[in-house]
Design a protein around this ligand. Structure first.
Ligand code: SF4
Length: 433
């Protein structure tokens, strides 16, 4: 038996979100897209753009049942929806924030101005090396940094229009894991136009001998192209990075980095499905430290007390005021000491703006060696299908088979193969950081 140590989770704040009191609701407004991404969760099933009234009904349902602070609009590529401005207007009319998840390709300045007028809160851009994009004449992109110029162009377009939060996300797999710190450094270097970064680990349902899937009692003939998120044995190693590994890679480059909050798995008590943090940085690319659990706890609790709902996509720019949190939060206190030491070395540095950049790591579904599927507990990205809340990452199972599938693992080889792709970072290794 392991010696008794404090789990990594205990150092962090467990976000208090639940199915019916959750700051995020997710609406898929189209299944049409204008680029291709490896590991995309959505199949084009010919449903096209969702009718405007249906989108509004889904938004109202989520606000009513989830107590949302923000609605995420996804797809497909949401900005292709002909009524995107009216959809944003409907959300802001309900007093809720809106976030569009976009690949940025069709986002013109004109459209941005319309969206801003409609009350858009932010855009989360998905631009990464797993994509086949028209800007690159459909050629595969070799490395993450090849996309930095395009990312910056999108961020600057947002800055020009003003008042819209910008977020950048990539899919992390074994091939680009080593590039994660450079991607974060890019965000830090461009802190005047980048508000947050998300790192979503590539996941899927394995298609292999010995693993069967059922919809109710009906066996599914699962093939590589049955769903957009199937993983064949040759790709299992690439799609096996855990959020703890991502954490360790970031920590190795930025010792001041820490996560402050998490969501665990529904099945595996040790898994970290969401790992949220904020780096405190200046506009010269210098990292001073990070928020600790106390800052997150206070932000969530006070927001719930004051506004009656948990917080997402904060609009307030804290700047140097964040250091007041050092009164309650030892991690911010230590960031403040770093900052002070840095500025006393050259007092002109007091003039450099300070900002916190959000870093979110998400480890999507894992099929465990015993066939159970480990999801994000209190899944924030739930959408509606047929009047029921379902995890949006597995929506296509509902679209194709009417329900989420169950998996069963029937051979020792399959069990071993699934075991081999389990997270490669131990609790002890995390504690050493
Ligand atoms: S379980 Fe929910 S939060 Fe987690 S990856 Fe799936 S949709 Fe996203």
């Amino acid at each position: 038996m392991d010696s008794i140590t404090t789990p990594f989770q205990r150092q962090l704040y467990r976000l208090p979100w639940s199915t019916t009191d959750n700051p995020i609701g997710w609406v898929e407004i189209t299944d049409i897209c204008n680029i291709h991404c490896d590991g995309c969760y959505r199949l084009v099933l010919g449903e096209g753009h969702k009718p405007l009234q249906k989108v509004k009904d889904e938004i109202d349902f989520l606000i009513k049942w989830r107590n949302c602070d923000g609605i995420s609009l996804a797809g497909g590529e949401p900005i292709l929806h002909p009524h995107i401005a009216e959809i944003i207007q409907h959300i802001s009319g309900r007093g809720v924030k809106s976030l569009i998840l976009s690949n940025g390709y069709a986002l013109s300045e004109d459209l941005l101005r319309k969206l801003k007028k409609a009350g858009l809160t932010g855009i989360s851009f998905h631009i990464d090396s797993t994509q086949t994009r028209p800007e690159f004449k459909k050629q595969k992109i070799a490395k993450e940094s090849d996309m930095d110029a395009l990312r910056l162009e999108c961020a600057q377009r947002l800055k020009k229009v003003g008042g819209i939060y910008s977020h950048f996300g990539i899919t992390v797999n074994r091939d680009n894991l080593h590039e994660v710190p450079d991607f974060i450094q890019w965000g830090v270097d461009n802190m005047d136009v980048v508000n947050g970064i998300s790192l979503i680990t590539h996941r899927g349902l394995p298609v292999m001998d010995g693993v069967d899937y059922h919809a109710g009692g009906r066996k599914i003939d699962m093939k590589e192209d049955t769903l957009g998120y199937t993983i064949t044995p040759d790709k299992m190693n690439v799609a096996s990075v855990s959020s703890k590994e991502v954490y360790a890679v970031i920590k190795a480059r930025f010792p001041g980095y820490d996560a402050s909050a998490y969501l665990n798995g529904t099945m595996d008590h040790g898994s970290m499905k969401w790992l949220i943090g904020n780096l405190i940085t200046d506009n010269k690319g210098r990292v001073f430290g990070a928020y600790g659990s106390r800052t997150m706890e206070l932000a969530q609790t006070l927001h719930h007390l004051w506004f009656g709902k948990y917080l997402v996509y904060p609009k307030v720019k804290m700047g140097r005021r964040i250091f007041f949190m050092g009164l309650f939060d030892p991690k911010v206190r230590s960031a403040f000491k770093q900052y002070l030491g840095h500025c006393l070395g050259n007092p002109l540095r007091f003039l450099h703006p300070v900002k916190a950049i959000g870093i979110g790591v998400i480890q999507a579904p894992d099929v465990l060696p015993d066939g159970r599927i480990d999801m994000c507990d209190s899944c924030p990205d739930m959408c509606i299908h047929d009047g029921k809340l379902v995890n949006s990452c597995r929506l296509d199972e509902c679209r194709k088979f009417g329900m989420l599938l169950n998996a069963s693992v029937g051979s020792e080889q399959a069990r071993e193969a699934l075991e081999r792709q389990r997270p490669g970072v131990t609790e002890q290794a995390l504690e050493q950081h």
